[in-house]
Design a protein. Sequence first.
Lengths: 200, 200
Amino acid sequence: MEAYRNLPKHRKANSRSRATTRERILHAAVERFARASYEQTGLRDIAADAGVDVAYVHRSFGSKERLFAEAVRAAVQPIDILPGAKDIGTLLATHVIDKPAKNPHGLDIIIRSFSSPEAAPVVREFIVNTFVEPLSRQLNHPAETRATLIGALLIGIAILREVLHSPGLTQPNPDDLKRLITRTIDELMQTTAGETTSRS
Amino acid sequence: MEAYRNLPKHRKANSRSRATTRERILHAAVERFARASYEQTGLRDIAADAGVDVAYVHRSFGSKERLFAEAVRAAVQPIDILPGAKDIGTLLATHVIDKPAKNPHGLDIIIRSFSSPEAAPVVREFIVNTFVEPLSRQLNHPAETRATLIGALLIGIAILREVLHSPGLTQPNPDDLKRLITRTIDELMQTTAGETTSRS
DNA sequence: CCAGAAAGTCAACGACTGTTGACTTTGCGT
DNA sequence: ACGCAAAGTCAACAGTCGTTGACTTTCTGG
């Protein structure tokens, strides 16, 4: 595509800008990967956004796959699940509903590119390391399964809301939506295998 | 002129096979789209599987996008949610956990290609028409939202289990897993803002 | 039997992709 | 001031993609 950010000549009159340029490329990559899948995103798009040549993008990061991995690492800061927090459900529900409005990255990169053979390992590793594993420590028995199910819910919500724009998740009042999600997460966290704890 | 003995495979010696060939192509398309994303799947792959030329695949369906739409329509039979069913949670949990083992299609096509701009409308339309809308009729107040959230959970589970192979969803006993999912869906269906409206 | 439509093939176009070798420009150390 | 390495560019390769025009083969209706 054409990006009109193209200052033709010396953008920085002064000294060594390697780190700066790298950051600019990385930032452009994050932005692109958050809005389109791994395959749909071309290195030339990223290069244009960053105001450099394609070749330099490739040379700076070694390969598209490595650039993607760095973009994931840079974009998605692990959700800080405090060891003692008791309103995890609210925290996560807020995160998935409010966050994407503020800054478009985060979950977006993950949900758009998990299907790429090259990107999937990166995505999977990230999910496990920064979400499932920390969250598992707060849960009881099938802890990893519970944590993964909660992750599944959040990912599904993000997809239907951010990518497919399903009216069922875009139209309702955000607070009502968050309340419903919170309740579901709490249920997923607290219920034990044999009995129903929320029984009345 | 007998130099061209090269007709390698006349698979069907006999008569008009247009419908049959179309079905073979469609079947191959379903199979491919279920295992890789819209972008990753090439018409040449599908053509090879079906034993025809690429050009004929394209000509038979008009475009890749239309072939994809037909594949979705052909692969995913709407989950039959009986108007009076009361164990919908179990039905859906069983569907998402057991089905993929039996035949690999169904949800797979949807979850791999929702990110493609060309495929997304097809995917979204399908989800709404064959899942959210019928299911909504069984639920109370924020019916569409509840149905969409259930859809989100199922899609997320399918992704983490079938595509990313997250251990939290592949290792545990399927029955335990289904029980956990069923409970979550039921919660999502029945809970109201204030209390539980579970009626017999 | 024979015309003609349908079924199917072949080769190619044009655009796009990630990647690479060779090149030029820039900045710093001495 | 000079040299040299780093920063960055340029053009091209080799491959893939969906798509199309022109062709041949196969079948069927009159």
